[in-house]
Structures are given as structure tokens and as C-alpha cells.
Design a protein around this ligand. Structure first.
Ligand code: SF4
Ligand code: MG
Length: 309
């Protein structure tokens, strides 16, 4: 009988007190538990950064890879063993800086896995430099001057790249994040969950208080659930190009809403053939038995030689 504690490890956690990463870690563990995914059927991949430590804290298979390289390795694992539930985690610097090429290339493939980005606008592990998601003109406390380059929009980039599930959540709303993660994991295809994450040590602008709207005259929380406004990001007919384009463009438009009000939730969701489906079209045995379980050494290659002779 699985319990939530089965997804926890005894590894010492050295994240700063109050870090939003703790909320994301809890949500990941709760999502896996509530989906009844047995730990030995799950693999978590990370890059480098504070978030890179996550696989050490979740009792599943895990791989702490290189800077910006979690996605190709997660892709390889999923393609080799399609029975695995694959989750990649990483920071905004890891994923949208050095890993940006992989981020785009992975979306184009639509491999069935989930990518969770711990998005705090800074490179926390290396003392708070501006990351690719920090908006132009902002200066966090360890920067000498405001950033002079534009921040990227992860949701709009993901939709353009081909991710078929694109969502945003908040590290300190564990219940919401857990539900978004469950939907992302259940989705067949590449899912991006961009998690707004507080870094109390280095990001003194996008703080817990800022997200709760304490600086606003209204004192109303900045974050609101996008579906509460009647927004529906799910494509009903994937073969209808007009509907697909309309859903993509409404999602991109709403993803740029950033100020006194910031939407969270599922921005875009579509069911399209996965990379695994495309491989299986060429190699029918691929879907029947995962590559890692196929007997690759005793294959009869005579037909191949006959074809070449
Ligand atoms: Fe969290 Fe920031 Fe500390 Fe890293 S530096 S553990 S992101 S609070
Ligand atoms: Mg970061």
C-alpha cells in the first residue's frame, strides 16, 4: 500500500529556509502519490541549479545531469523505456539559458513527458544573477544595475515550439500546482509547467508578498485562475487547424498578462501524435515492447543483409 512518505528520501535538503522549491517538491511528491505511480516506474531528471537537487529528494529513479541537458537525457530515457513516467525539472537559467536549444527542440518532438521549470527570475545557486526570465529593467538585490535585456516568455516559447500542454502555476499554492502536475503527467505528449517560484534569498522583487498583492492599492492577490474567467485552452478537434491556431494565439496573448494581474492554470492543451507514435508507425514492435526489454543481441538481421545484397 503506497503512502506519501514512500516518495520522500532521507537526503539532507540544503535549500534556503522559505524557498519556494519546497512547495514544488511537495507538489511533485503528492502528484505522483495521488496518481498511484509506483516509485520504480518513475524517473526524474534535472540540470544544474538549486532545482537540480530535486531528484535527490524524491524516492524514484533520478538523474542529476549537466547544465541545460536534462531534456535530451529525459528524452532518451523515455524513448528507451516507454513504460516509464518521465519528469524533467530545472530552473529558468538552466532551461531557457544554456538549455534553450534543447527546450525548443524537445517541444518539436512531442515526446510524452513533463517538464517542470522552477522559475524565479535569477540564477539562485550562483548568487542571483539575472536569468532569462527576468524582465528588462528589473534589478534584484545582488545585481549592480538593472537588466538591459528582454526576459523571455516561457509559455509563448513553449507553444511556438510545439509543446502540447502548457501551464503555469505557483510554488506556494501547492494544491493548485499538484493538480496541474497531475494533468501534465496524464497528458500524452510534451508538457511544460512553468512554476512561479519565490527565491527569498536573491529575488527581492517577485516575493511572496508581491504575488499576494500587498503593494497594490486593492491589496488583491496578483495571481488568479485563468479558467475562472471562462478561458478554455483545450483543443476540441485537433484536426481543425483554425481551432488549433485560435487556441494557440489566445494562450500566447494571455501568457503576456503580467502586472497587477497574472493568470495561472492550463493555457494550452492539444492531443497530437507523440514522437513515440511516429516511431511506432515505422517500427510496430516499438509500442509492443519497450526498447530496453527487446532482445537487441539475438535479432535476425538476415533480411537486412538480403535487402542490401
Ligand atoms: Fe531557493 Fe533561492 Fe536559496 Fe536557491 S538561492 S535555494 S532558489 S531561496
Ligand atoms: Mg532560476
Amino acid at each position: 500500500m503506497l503512502e506519501l512518505k514512500n516518495y520522500r528520501t532521507q537526503v539532507h535538503n540544503d535549500w534556503c529556509p522559505g524557498c519556494g522549491d519546497f512547495g514544488i517538491l511537495s507538489a511533485v511528491q503528492m502528484a505522483l502519490f495521488e496518481l498511484k505511480l509506483e516509485p520504480h516506474n518513475v524517473a526524474i531528471f534535472s540540470g544544474i541549479g538549486c532545482s537540480g537537487k530535486t531528484p535527490h529528494f524524491v524516492n524514484t529513479y533520478g538523474f542529476h545531469t549537466l547544465h541545460g541537458r536534462s531534456l535530451p537525457i529525459a528524452t532518451g530515457a523515455k524513448l528507451a523505456n516507454t513504460d516509464l513516467t518521465v519528469v524533467a525539472v530545472g530552473g529558468d537559467g538552466d532551461g531557457f539559458g544554456i538549455g534553450a536549444g534543447h527546450f525548443v527542440g524537445t517541444g518539436r518532438r512531442n515526446v510524452d513527458f513533463t517538464y517542470v521549470v522552477f522559475d524565479n527570475g535569477v540564477y539562485g545557486l550562483t548568487k542571483g544573477q539575472a536569468s532569462p526570465t527576468l524582465p528588462k529593467g528589473l534589478k534584484t538585490k545582488s545585481m549592480s544595475f538593472p537588466s538591459i535585456v528582454e526576459g523571455i516568455n516561457p509559455l509563448a516559447t513553449a507553444i511556438s515550439a510545439g509543446y502540447t500542454f502548457v501551464a503555469r502555476s505557483y510554488a506556494l499554492d501547492v494544491r493548485h500546482l499538484k493538480e496541474i502536475l497531475k494533468a501534465a503527467i496524464l497528458h500524452k505528449g510534451s508538457a511544460l509547467v512553468d512554476v512561479l517560484q519565490t527565491c527569498p534569498t536573491y529575488n527581492d522583487i517577485n516575493t511572496k508578498e508581491w504575488y499576494s498583492g500587498s503593494d497594490l492599492p486593492s491589496k488583491a492577490p496578483r495571481l488568479y485562475k485563468i479558467e475562472d474567467t471562462g478561458f478554455d485552452g483545450t483543443v476540441k478537434n485537433p484536426s481543425d487547424a483554425t481551432e488549433v491556431n485560435q487556441k494557440k494565439s489566445q494562450a500566447i496573448t494571455r501568457s503576456f498578462e503580467w502586472g497587477d494581474k497574472i493568470p495561472i492554470g492550463i493555457f494550452y492543451r492539444n492531443t497530437e501524435p507523440t514522437f513515440e507514435d511516429m516511431i511506432a508507425n515505422r517500427m510496430p514492435s516499438y509500442k509492443q515492447v519497450p526498447l530496453v526489454k527487446q532482445d537487441l543481441y539475438n535479432r535476425d538481421v538476415t533480411p537486412l543483409f538480403e535487402e542490401l545484397s
